[in-house]
Write a protein that binds this ligand. Structure first.
Ligand SMILES: [Mg+2]
Length: 386
């Protein structure tokens, strides 16, 4: 079997409101994009944006993948067109790991070990796994380690700035069947603790709670905040510091009894080496639509070597990111729990031929070949960014 063509579709699906983010602190508006005024924080799209990747083979089997592109998906398309395409045309799709390594090496000397370039090769990797699954009639998880579990446990995300509104949203999601929730709180430590208290009070002691503070803390404020969250029985404190501060994360992980979870920004085992060596986290949360399934499994294995559980990040990833993460999670020995966006899942499904989603806080692991999801190309094309 040979790879005949690869096509990247940068897509943008409009949404009425930010259903998971809730109210945000003051923002600077750039039209389609915005940033928070308060700090050096991420740029966000008002829409759902990502890059869908299609790979065709000479046998007629087609694979679909996704390179997570929450902003500027056209950048990822250019990388696929100019760099990935010439490197992979004519290759046997079963040479998945060799293809990842060939792609990775092509820009290494020039200093592109992460970012958009690795997203592009990660999305390509996912599409290749879909092809191999379809060619063998097996779901991806059966080929990438085997089935460790029949269903994948999810936590649902929500955010906001008003304690009672965030508690309302938490209660709503418990009503949908989720037994684990994560709060995205873009406030100072005092504001975060206040909302955390309101949510714990509302949902009671039996719901697993986590808190993502999106890099807004210092080591000392994060220690203080973590001690407050420990009293409320929160399971993890996520992304407390800027990614560059690995020594700070290590100090924080030592200081707190609760778990520190980081890693959504890292795409390779090389990038994560220092954090593993310094034991800078208790839970690792790499994103499969950034790492691909191949490199995601390598990172998971290193985590396992260090006795660290895996809680894959999905964030703004699209429906192929979700499906690839379910397949990865089913086949990951040290899997803990997967991120999910309950309301956004409906928007993400705008490119599927049949709805792909969880039930009562779990994805049932499917027996369908490949990623187990049906993409409708005409729908994908209808959302392509000009
Ligand atoms: Mg996060």
């Amino acid at each position: 079997m040979k790879i005949k063509e690869i096509t990247a579709f940068p897509i943008r699906i409009s949404r009425e409101e930010d259903s998971e983010g809730g109210d945000r602190p003051a923002v600077i508006d750039f039209g389609d994009y915005f940033v928070d005024q308060s700090a050096f924080t991420s740029i966000y799209s008002k829409h759902h944006e990502t890059t869908v990747i299609k790979i065709e083979t000479d046998t007629g089997i087609v694979g679909w993948g996704e390179a997570q592109s929450p902003v500027s998906p056209k950048t990822t398309r250019t990388i696929v067109d100019d760099l990935v395409r010439p490197l992979i045309l004519g290759r046997d799709p079963f040479d998945i790991e060799a293809i990842w390594t060939r792609n990775y090496g092509a820009m290494r000397e020039r200093g592109h070990p992460t970012g958009f370039y690795i997203d592009a090769i990660g999305g390509t990797d996912i599409a290749l796994w879909d092809i191999v699954g379809k060619a063998t009639g097996k779901p991806v998880h059966k080929l990438a380690g085997g089935r460790y579990r029949d269903r994948v446990k999810l936590y649902a995300g929500m955010g906001g700035t008003d304690p009672q509104k965030v508690a309302d949203s938490a209660e709503e999601h418990v009503g949908y069947g989720y037994r684990a929730l994560k709060l995205h709180l873009l406030l100072d430590a005092t504001g975060v603790a206040e909302i955390a208290r309101a949510v714990r009070q509302r949902v009671g002691p039996d719901i697993m709670l986590m808190c993502d503070v999106h890099m807004r803390q210092s080591v000392t404020s994060a220690i203080k905040l973590g001690r407050e969250l420990e009293k409320l029985d929160f399971t993890w404190l996520e992304s407390p510091l800027v990614p560059e501060d690995v020594p700070g994360a290590s100090r924080l992980a030592d200081a707190l009894d609760m778990a520190v979870a980081i890693g959504e920004w890292s795409r390779t085992r090389y990038e994560m080496r220092e954090a593993f060596e310094r034991r800078a986290y208790d839970i690792v949360m790499h994103d499969i639509a950034r790492t691909g399934i191949t490199e995601g499994h390598r990172i998971g294995t290193i985590a396992d070597t260090n006795n660290i559980p895996v809680a894959p990040h999905v964030g703004g990833g699209g429906i192929l990111s979700v499906a690839a993460t379910v397949e990865y999670s089913a086949s990951c020995s040290n899997f803990m729990i997967m991120e999910h966006s309950h309301h956004a899942n409906e928007i993400k499904n705008a490119i599927t031929a049949e709805n792909y989603g969880p039930r009562n806080g779990y994805f049932e692991v499917s027996d369908r070949p490949g990623l187990g999801i049906e993409i409708d190309q005409s729908l994908v094309e209808s959302f392509v960014v000009a």
